[in-house]
Design a protein around this ligand. Structure first.
Ligand code: ATP
Ligand code: MG
Ligand code: MG
Ligand code: MG
Length: 481
């Protein structure tokens, strides 16, 4: 029988315990006292200060399975969900860490032993290839000489120059903080081409596919990046690794597709049953299954949907899911009903899901009730506008703005619909409407105290920057086809 996700998580932790690592529980999705980061996006986040030496722990080796959300900031995979087999908004990152203890040689040896040893995962080594940072001759030599990987299976890769989804062998948590060169392990899901899975090897022009999937990133933490971009060395060379549980589960369960794993099968089954569809009948089922995880885990960690900051990212995720439900004919509140099946499959590993199940359901239900009326009206407005486009391919800025302002459609939600229909958005027109709106608001609020204004200004600025970047990227994607 193939290993379940729960068994794999346990096996990973057991392996690193046997190598002298202390098992540390996942930290919450909202990073403690870290305004530089929207959500925990990697296992190393809770150890950030340990790497820099500001915090000390009673151990120098640790391992964890960390809840992560990548739906904003430097690592943002929201636009990938439903389009690739390997990206989620919420996922679990298995990781091992060395704080000035072991470095490159042991880090690589542990990773290789865990995935290839018949005592552990026993993955066929002929289907694995690795990347190293282009100047990292030391890592190259470890793979080549110590591990015995042939030269054609070790690819040198430099800094990311090819856009957000290109390979990048210099890993950083965000614009500041610990960082360093890395080596990544890839698995070839279709060596003889018989499955027809698209995509080239890492570093090639068509690397953004699902054939060679990155399973594990081993980072050699060496620097701390300051706000001015300058790198200073960490007190001691360290190690930070991350392996996506969903990706390794897929591999061990004989598929390249994360959505075909045990956890997702259960969720997709629940979505399909609500929609009266067969499982996997539509991409919307996958998006909803992905988004119920992000939504429930974020609410369990204290985030609630709102119009700014973290709450707005959550709202955007929830409304996207609700809109995908609408597309499947689910016009009555349905999303909250998926919390129960989720807590069924993941509540053992994450008891907060069971403890807070009623609160989570209530918060989702409230968002669904609130959005239901305007969603329906907004969709009608949008459909009419699209019908009027004729052969035009661009949704006018006034419509995008009206959907946002009157009907509560975050711009990325409208963009998601546009993408499905091969349309783009007139973002310049939207920005003009937005500027006019801001002008009106400013004129109406001159009586407010300066303190309040300064505070509100700061908030909006931070979030505006965050979401504008995400939106600009989405739109660039559409523009460039
Ligand atoms: P990719 O290039 O596939 O987008 P990444 O290089 O951005 O992945 P890392 O930051 O190196 O990812 O994270 C470590 C590991 O976490 C990856 O090797 C992968 O197994 C997993 N992972 C990263 N992003 C996601 C995601 N959005 N959904 C599921 N797993 C992910
Ligand atoms: Mg990525
Ligand atoms: Mg990568
Ligand atoms: Mg990576």
């Amino acid at each position: 029988f193939p290993m379940t996700s729960n068994e794999l998580r346990a096996k990973f932790l057991e392996f690193f315990r046997s190598k002298g690592h202390t098992i540390v529980p996942s930290s919450p999705l909202v990073p403690a006292d870290d305004p530089t980061l929207l959500f925990t996006n990697a296992g190393m986040v809770q150890f950030k200060d340990v790497f820099t030496g500001r915090d000390k722990r009673p151990y120098t080796r640790a391992a964890s399975s960390q809840k992560c959300v990548r739906a904003g900031g430097k690592h943002n995979d929201l636009e990938n969900v439903g389009y690739t087999a390997r990206h989620h908004t919420f996922f679990e990152m298995l990781g091992n860490f060395s704080f000035g203890d072991y470095f490159k040689k042991d880090a690589i040896a542990y990773a290789w032993e865990f995935i290839t040893s018949p005592n552990w995962l026993g993955i066929d080594r002929r289907r694995l290839l690795v990347t190293v940072y282009h100047t990292d001759d030391e890592a190259y030599a470890i793979w080549h000489r110590d591990i015995g990987l042939p030269a054609e299976r070790i690819i040198r890769i430099g800094d990311n120059k090819g856009g957000p989804y290109a390979s990048d062998n210099f890993w950083a948590m965000g614009d500041t903080g610990p960082c360093g060169p890395c080596t990544e392990i890839f698995y070839d899901h279709d060596p003889d081409g018989s499955k027809g899975i698209q995509g080239g090897p890492p570093g090639s022009a068509d690397e953004d596919g699902d054939r060679w999937i990155e399973i594990w990133n081993v980072v050699f933490m060496q620097f701390d990046r300051a706000a001015d971009g300058r790198l200073s060395p960490l007190p001691a060379p360290s190690v930070d690794t991350g392996m996506g549980l969903e990706r390794i589960s897929a591999l061990m369960q004989g598929t390249h597709d994360n959505y075909q794993t045990d956890t997702f099968k259960a969720l997709i089954g629940a979505v399909a049953a609500l929609a009266g569809q067969r499982p996997y009948a539509s991409a919307s089922q996958k998006v909803i299954a992905d988004h119920i995880r992000a939504t429930s885990f974020l609410i369990a960690d204290g985030v609630l949907p709102s119009n700014e900051g973290r709450g707005y990212v959550l709202r955007r995720i929830m409304r996207r899911a609700i809109r995908h439900g609408y597309k499947l004919g689910l016009t009555e509140p349905f999303f909250f009903k998926l919390v129960a099946p989720l807590s069924e499959v993941m509540g053992g590993a994450y008891p907060e899901l069971r403890e807070r199940q009623a609160d989570i359901e209530k918060a989702i239900r409230a968002e669904e009730d609130g959005f239901a009326v305007t969603l329906d009206k907004g969709m009608r407005l949008l459909d009419e506008a699209i019908a009027k486009l004729g052969s035009g391919r661009t949704i006018p800025g006034e419509i995008v703005f009206k959907l946002y302002d009157t009907y509560g459609f975050p711009v990325d939600l409208t963009a998601d619909i546009a993408r499905e229909r091969a349309l783009s958005l007139d973002m310049d027109g939207y920005e003009r409407e937005m500027a006019a709106q801001r002008e009106r608001a400013r004129a109406a609020s001159t009586f407010k105290s300066m303190d309040t204004l300064a505070y509100e200004g700061a908030e909006t600025c931070f979030i505006g920057y965050e979401s504008l970047h995400a939106e600009a990227r989405v739109l660039a994607l559409y523009r460039d086809g």
